[in-house]
Design a protein around this ligand. Structure first.
Ligand SMILES: Cc1ncc(COP(=O)(O)O)c(C=O)c1O
Length: 353
């Protein structure tokens, strides 16, 4: 019988013939120019808690943030800290936050740490059911939208996003929009949720493959949220690494082609794994963005354990994401490795059928 499974058992395992469909970190390298500053970099003092001005200025000039200025951004230790601080800045005891299922596994512990009560809306094949959303959101303080989604790879319809935007504005409900995969969409341009009641969360981890450098940010037009987040950050992590911010600043200068080229690679991998899993007879939704698939499987706990122990294949348990009949596979690895992983999965399925 397996031990109690948890993501920490798998994060960081490499080599020794393992195929890891586990952690969601890009294997592609960051843009070369982010390393160019290193030999001459000599800063070492505390930086601004809100984040370095050059990086915030560069973000405010991006098309998606048209009309904004540097004061509407806080640079954080990845999207993770941006989410945590936003939850804590907004939440008062007894407040509820709405998540669409399946969800990114850190949301729930983070919500509980800030004393939010998590509530859930079910999705249909990974897409938000607006009628159910409408019913559940009414007594919530805020809602978290993650499109494209980890773990489903699904992208919410623009129509649904617009309806959510309007409903939440009318009801004065804050939308926390986690857009860390916004540049990795295969079906259309991103639709950015916006308005005075929206807090946008983003990161350099996925688009620029800079996860270990820990740079993310939040953007809001609500001055109180920005103020409260800075106040919390002052007494917790203080400034985000100034070296990492300088590297992120370099990444903002990378031409759009870099991202387009990456998306082509992800899309090829998406097609390969989606078709491969379909051929194995697994039931799954076609990912439209990000780099995850979430197939159904019999006895998911045994599957994750035996794939790991007997076949040296790392997968994540759907239960961690609120999808107990599924497992999650990240396809952030090259096609040869995906092919080998699928062969091992096929072997496992034959053994257990
Ligand atoms: C949906 C989602 N949000 C946030 C994060 C955290 O990203 P970061 O590395 O920027 O902290 C992840 C990481 O996998 C994620 O999938």
């Amino acid at each position: 019988m397996q031990e109690k499974l948890s993501p920490s058992m798998f994060i960081g395992i490499q080599g020794d013939d393992y195929i890891s469909f586990g952690s969601g970190q890009p294997d592609l390298p960051p843009p070369e120019r982010v390393f160019k500053i290193l030999p001459d970099y000599r800063q070492f003092k505390y930086g601004l808690i809100q984040g370095q001005e050059n990086l915030r200025n560069a973000l405010s000039k991006q098309n998606q943030f048209k009309g904004s200025d540097k004061d509407s951004f806080v640079i954080t230790n990845g999207a993770s800290e941006a989410l945590d601080l936003t939850f804590r800045a907004i939440c008062k005891p007894g407040d509820k936050i709405l998540f669409h299922k399946p969800y990114y596994y850190s949301y729930i512990p983070m919500a509980k740490l800030s004393s939010f009560e998590p509530v859930f809306t079910e999705t249909i094949k990974g897409k938000i059911d607006f009628d159910d959303f409408d019913k559940k959101v009414r007594d919530c303080k805020c809602v978290l939208i993650n499109s494209p989604s980890n773990p489903t790879g699904r992208v919410q319809d623009v129509n649904t996003l617009k309806k959510i935007e309007k409903l939440c504005a009318d009801l004065d409900i804050t939308i926390i929009s986690d857009e860390v995969y916004k540049d990795l969409i295969y079906i259309r341009e991103n639709y950015m949720l916006s308005g005075p009641h929206v807090v946008t969360i983003n990161s350099f981890s996925k688009t620029f493959a800079m996860c270990g450098l820990r740079v993310g940010y939040l953007y809001s037009n609500d001055k109180k949220i920005i103020h409260d987040v800075i106040e919390l950050k002052t007494h917790t992590s203080m400034n985000t690494s100034i070296l990492s911010q300088e590297m992120a600043y370099e990444a903002t200068k990378v031409p759009r082609e870099y991202i387009k080229d990456q998306v082509k690679i992800w899309e090829k991998r998406r097609d390969f794994i989606y078709e491969g899993l379909q051929k194995l007879g697994l039931d799954l939704w076609k990912p439209e963005g990000a780099f995850y698939v979430l197939p159904k499987i019999d006895n998911p706990k045994d599957a994750v354990w035996n794939l790991f122990k007997k076949h040296k294949v790392i997968t994540y348990l759907g239960e961690w994401f609120g999808a107990p009949d599924r497992i999650r596979l990240s396809y952030a690895l090259d096609v040869e490795k995906i092919e080998e992983g699928l062969k091992r999965l096929e072997k496992y399925l034959k053994e257990t059928s």
